[in-house]
Design a protein around this ligand. Structure first.
Ligand code: ZN
Ligand code: ZN
Length: 110
């Protein structure tokens, strides 16, 4: 059996474009890029607005902490950037949605 010959040659790479990012670039990426767990809330609030999808209560920057992001499929790791799995619910409706229990964890984070 001929042994497989492994040819490891390196392409000469032009300097990676990502290496000299400006702070602005990074911020831009953070805003547009994949939603990290702590980020999806902001994303969802931005996409769906500061309003509870269930009771229609509106929120503003002063009480926005009462508005939480519900994952429609129940999977907190499923965070499509288009917001299709998110629903903004006030904590009361959210609590209701989960029929108690889960939200305790949810509000503690992680
Ligand atoms: Zn509500
Ligand atoms: Zn939920």
């Amino acid at each position: 059996m001929g042994r497989k010959q492994r040819i490891t040659f390196r392409k000469v790479q032009p300097k990676k474009a990502g290496e000299n990012k400006t702070a602005a670039d990074i911020i831009k990426e953070l805003k547009e890029g994949s939603a990290s767990p702590s980020d999806y809330r902001e994303q969802s609030l931005k996409i769906h607005g500061l309003i509870c999808a269930k009771c229609g209560r509106e929120f503003d920057f002063k009480n926005r902490h009462l508005l939480t992001v519900h994952h429609k499929d129940g999977n907190h790791h499923n965070n499509p950037p288009d917001g299709s799995n998110w629903e903004n619910l006030c904590i009361y409706c959210h609590d209701d949605e989960h029929s108690r229990g889960l939200l305790g964890d949810y509000l503690k984070g992680k």
